[in-house]
Design a protein. Structure first.
Length: 216
């Protein structure tokens, strides 16, 4: 079963509660929440109180993607604000194995993300611990960028390594996914697909989600 994770980075922040309810009714599986600190990535999005407040509007899985330095410092606060999955970037944490176990100690799912420029090999050992791997298919920081083609190979590589150790992990792909490439992303091995601009474009969320799901 493929999960569609709708990224609220492309939502109207002045009515986030309503946007999240619309995503829920329209059939999104996860709410993908991009946290940016203006340091690890060249953009600032929103923080912990926003996650806490939108939690009241849906029971959907909160898939929190931390694009911040020193992510382990904030794990507990994101758990308390309602995160179900917490993703930290390999590039931001010298002790990523410890952080993944720390996240799991709160009873939520732990995920590791890699930037386009980071080879899959760097996180191979973490596949024994991580509940999910997030392959960035754009350089993180902004919605609406073009999918980087070599990401397909990286998805296949994660899937191969996970199969080798018999782990049925979540493989998430984030950035530049739309109705023209979602099938190929899933065929490569992704089972969680993030979409931001493809979900919110032209304001018809329900139609966009139907198109994305129907294109798999
Ligand atoms: C980018 C974020 C993505 C972004 C995806 O740094 O991590 O989640 O919202 O947006 P689209 O689907 O528009 O590429
Ligand atoms: Zn993201």
């Amino acid at each position: 079963m493929i999960k569609l994770a709708a990224s609220i980075l492309s939502a109207d922040f002045s009515k986030l509660g309503e946007e999240v309810r619309t995503l829920d009714e329209a059939g999104a599986d996860f709410i993908h929440i991009d946290i940016m600190d203006g340091n690890f990535v060249p953009n600032i999005s929103f923080g912990i109180p926003v996650v806490r407040d939108i939690r009241k509007h849906t029971k959907l899985t909160f898939d929190v993607h931390l694009m911040i330095e020193e992510p382990s410092k904030y794990v507990e606060q994101f758990v308390k604000s309602g995160a179900d999955i917490i993703t930290v970037h390999y590039e931001t944490d010298r002790h990523i194995d410890r952080t993944l176990n720390y996240i799991k100690s709160f009873g939520v799912k732990a995920a590791v993300a890699i930037n386009p420029g980071t080879p899959v090999n760097m996180i191979k050992n973490l596949l024994t611990t991580a509940d999910m791997v997030l392959i960035m298919s754009v350089n993180p920081g902004f919605g609406g960028q073009k999918y980087i083609d070599y990401s397909y190979d990286k998805i296949r590589e994660v899937k191969k390594y996970a199969d080798e150790i018999g782990r049925d992990i979540l493989i998430e792909v984030d950035g530049g996914v739309d109705s023209t490439n979602i099938k190929k992303v899933v065929e490569a091995g992704a089972n969680v697909v993030v979409a931001g601009s493809a979900v919110f474009k032209n304001g018809d969320i329900k139609k966009n989600i139907e198109l994305l799901k129907g294109s798999i």
